[in-house]
Design a protein around this ligand. Structure first.
Ligand code: SF4
Length: 789
């Protein structure tokens, strides 16, 4: 047979405390010590204490004046307390603190005009004790009974410490919901003792693992009766045993059982459990059978205690031949694993009355060193919580801050919450997500006398994420220490050869940066296609020798250059005229060369060219006014708005011959001109087009002049030029110069000049109307005549 002992056995802290106070009192006093009703619900213990001098009576009347009286663990009712005081009795308080706090809170709320609702058994001494100090209360035995909500006023709800029901949290939730629905003020104190809940849970676990269960305890003990009922819900064969001898009655029923569970109430001593097991073993021996092993059902309280199996095997090589007594001893005295700072444990609230610290228990075995505390400032990161915000029996996880204190280990709930938050990042990493972590230190290896940097460590909660050097994006030769304190985007990786050990430790995670970088790089080049519009953040301005040549823009983490000439259609001397460092803008990819790792961006391409805007505003033929910006041998550039300069070709300045532009125009002069042509980014202007065209007489005169010139030229070709002829020529030249310019200007008669004139004339004439059209016709006629000759 295999015996499975519930994890929750032995005296609870309240019972231990009451027995300890009683024994001390008996030891240090020669007087009789009285107690009204049994100190705890266990006959065998009471008998043992009575042998030491404790007298249990039924009422105050049985106690003589001036006696020493012990209040029982469940409390001393108010009437008895005052009667004893009137009899000048000395009263010694052994009330369990968990019970006392219910009474105190209830009194407090009653003083604030709350009605007290007590869920529990009205005959139970604990309820009698609490109720005796109250006036305005209702006792309800059914946890689903919310009928009190139909009455007026506010309510304060408490529970009998041993009022163990399945899903009591659910009922509390439902009560809150109902109260909210009805708009009632209901304050609930979840006062069910954690020992009761832990015993019930362990009882369920034991019953599930067993073929039959023996529940050991006193039949007057409420929590033992509850355990019996609970075990029955999970196992068909459940036996209630108050005395070891009662095992004789049930032994025939359990001889054939392979797995026997043992469950005990909060007031059942270990010795009684041991006696029951020992007797069982004797009985089995008589039947040529035996108990093969005794196991304790473990609770596995915290995550890191992986090595602790669900069920702790007590019987090992050393105990194989031990007696049942020594086996039991090994269970109860089994040394705890050494506690260490930083360890996480599930704790249970056991006292909320101290405003400076929350008293907790952290060992379900409830051994002597199982108590600790959480200082108020360690309850939460915002410093809002106080011990009063917690309920007795409430469970949560906390981190050991100082394990060296023997009786009161210091915990921190705040630290656990921080660790839990941090470890969410590791969970994401483990789930395959890329996570940004802050580097905490450089991992190093010592080889002989030398120390080598091997990678980076990222301490996250209880984990260490390790990124080897080969998996980091860093410039070789640079010290890894520069990355300490910086955030690094990481991805979990399978371990490389030789790293298995590190990987196999569940608190070490192996991660790297390279795969992410490669992906980012590929994604960038897929994006950097010529003509594509990309988003980029300005990182810095490009400058050389005091000249700003553009801006470096980060596109998906890749630096690209946007040259200053590609930022706007007009001229700017600094990129800050249009770009601000740190801001994101749209750019067009102008050049993309992965081999040279070069990407050029432009921004002006995303806007219309000024010349396009101008063309919409001033179509060809429109008259514009502007200033002469600069003069060239072939014409003048005139600023006509929006950063556009139009060219007035030298031939378009006047109908008269213009040899030098500056003889007619000067820089800064305001002129009006007609737009005669848009050609890509160029715009041609004509001043001439706005002038009066030559008249018929003037054209005739020009024609005559040409004829004369031509005749003169032929003559010169036929005969050698005489000195006197030269004189005539000179005289003509002087005459030409002395005439008004307009009338004396001759059109060039070289072929090139004719062509140019023809081109310009056609341009300007084509853009004019009326007289100008007539002039064109005349000029063409003239030119045709010239050609024919
Ligand atoms: S069961 Fe809980 S409330 Fe009752 S005496 Fe024990 S510790 Fe106190």
């Amino acid at each position: 047979m295999q015996v499975l002992i519930s994890n929750e056995t032995g005296f609870c802290s309240g019972v231990k405390r009451a027995i300890s106070i009683t024994q001390n009192l008996l030891k240090n006093s020669n007087d009789r010590i009285y107690c009204i009703g049994p100190l705890i619900h266990n006959q065998s213990v009471i008998q043992s204490l009575s042998k030491q001098g404790l007298i249990t009576v039924d009422s105050v009347d049985d106690i003589p004046a001036f006696s020493k009286v012990l209040s029982r663990a469940h409390g001393l009712i108010k009437e008895s307390f005052f009667s004893l005081t009137n009899k000048n009795c000395s009263i010694y308080d052994s009330v369990c603190p968990n019970v006392k706090i219910i009474k105190e809170k209830a009194e407090l709320y009653e003083n604030k005009n709350f009605r007290i609702i007590i869920y529990g058994d009205e005959k139970h001494p604990e309820i009698k004790y609490i109720a005796s100090y109250l006036k305005n209360y209702i006792i309800l035995n059914d946890i689903t009974d919310f009928s009190f909500l139909n009455e007026g006023g506010s309510f304060f709800v408490v529970f009998q410490t041993t009022f163990s029901t399945n899903n009591h949290s659910k009922h509390i939730y439902l009560l809150r919901e109902e109260a909210n629905k009805m708009g009632k003020i209901v304050d609930i104190f979840d006062s069910i003792c954690y020992t009761t809940l832990a015993r019930r849970d362990s009882c369920i676990e034991t019953a599930c693992l067993s073929d039959a269960v023996i529940v050991i305890g006193d039949k007057t003990s409420n929590n033992t009766v509850e355990l019996y009922n609970t075990a029955l819900t999970k196992c068909e064969k459940v036996f209630f045993v108050s005395e070891p001898n009662e095992v004789l009655n049930i032994s025939p029923l359990i001889f054939s059982i392979k797995k026997l569970g043992i469950v005990a109430g909060a007031s059942t001593p270990y010795e009684l459990i041991m006696e029951v097991i020992s007797l069982m073993d004797d009985l089995l021996n008589q039947e040529n059978s035996k108990i093969d092993e005794v196991k304790k059902v473990s609770e596995v309280p915290v995550q890191e205690d992986d090595s602790v199996s669900k069920v702790v095997t007590i019987k090992d090589k050393d105990t194989e031949d031990s007696t049942m007594e020594s086996i039991f001893q090994s269970i109860s005295d089994k040394p705890r694993r050494p506690l260490r700072n930083g360890q996480i444990k599930e704790v249970i609230v056991s006292d909320t009355s101290n405003k400076d610290k929350l008293i907790i228990s952290f060992d379900p075995m409830n051994r002597k060193n199982d108590h600790g505390y959480i200082a108020t400032e360690e309850l939460d990161s915002e410093g809002k919580l106080t011990p009063a915000d917690f309920s007795l029996g409430q469970k949560f996880y906390a981190v050991i801050k100082d394990s060296q204190q023997s009786q009161t280990v210091e915990f921190s709930k705040k630290d656990f919450e921080r660790i839990e938050k941090e470890e969410e990042y590791v969970e994401q990493l483990k789930a395959g997500k890329d996570v940004e972590l802050t580097c905490t230190d450089v991992a190093k290896k010592i080889d002989g006398q030398k120390e080598f940097e091997t990678g980076l460590n990222f301490k996250v909660g209880r984990y260490t994420v390790y990124a080897p050097k080969s998996q980091l994006n860093y410039t070789p030769g640079k010290k890894l220490a520069a990355l300490v304190g910086k955030k690094v985007l990481l991805r979990i990786l399978p371990p490389k050869e030789g790293e298995e050990k590190k990987k196999n430790n569940k608190w070490n995670i192996y991660a790297g940066q390279r795969a992410i970088a490669q992906e980012t790089e590929d994604a960038f080049w897929a994006l950097a296609v010529v003509g594509k519009v990309v988003k980029g953040t300005v990182v810095r301005y490009g400058e050389k020798d005091g000249h700003y040549f553009g801006a470096f823009v980060s596109v998906s983490g890749h630096d690209c250059l946007a040259h200053i000439s590609e930022l706007t259609w007009g001229r700017i001397d600094h990129p800050d005229k249009v770009l601000e460092i740190g801001k994101e803008y749209n750019f067009v990819v102008l050049e993309s060369d992965r081999e040279r790792n070069k990407v050029s961006l432009g921004m002006k391409q995303l806007t219309k060219q000024p010349i396009e805007i101008l063309a919409e505003k001033y179509p060809e033929g429109s008259i514009v006014t502007g200033k002469v910006e600069r003069i060239m041998p072939f014409g003048a550039f005139v600023s006509i708005g929006d950063g556009v300069d139009g060219l007035v070709h030298i031939s378009q300045i006047s109908y008269d011959r213009v040899d030098k532009v500056e003889s007619v125009l000067e820089v800064g002069q305001t002129v009006s001109a007609r737009i005669i042509k848009y050609d890509g980014s160029k715009v041609s202007l004509s001043i001439k087009d706005l002038l009066e065209p030559p008249t018929q007489d003037e054209i005739d005169e020009i024609r005559q002049q040409k004829k004369a010139e031509r005749d003169h030229k032929f003559e010169k070709q036929d005969k050698p030029v005489k000195r006197s002829d030269k004189k005539i020529e000179k005289t003509q030249e002087l005459e030409h110069e002395s005439k008004p310019q307009r009338k004396t200007t001759k059109r060039s008669d070289t072929l090139k000049d004719y062509e140019t004139r023809d081109h310009i004339s056609s341009q300007s004439l084509g853009a004019t109307i009326g007289d100008t059209a007539e002039a064109k016709k005349l000029l063409l006629q003239l030119e045709q005549e010239e050609k024919n000759k």
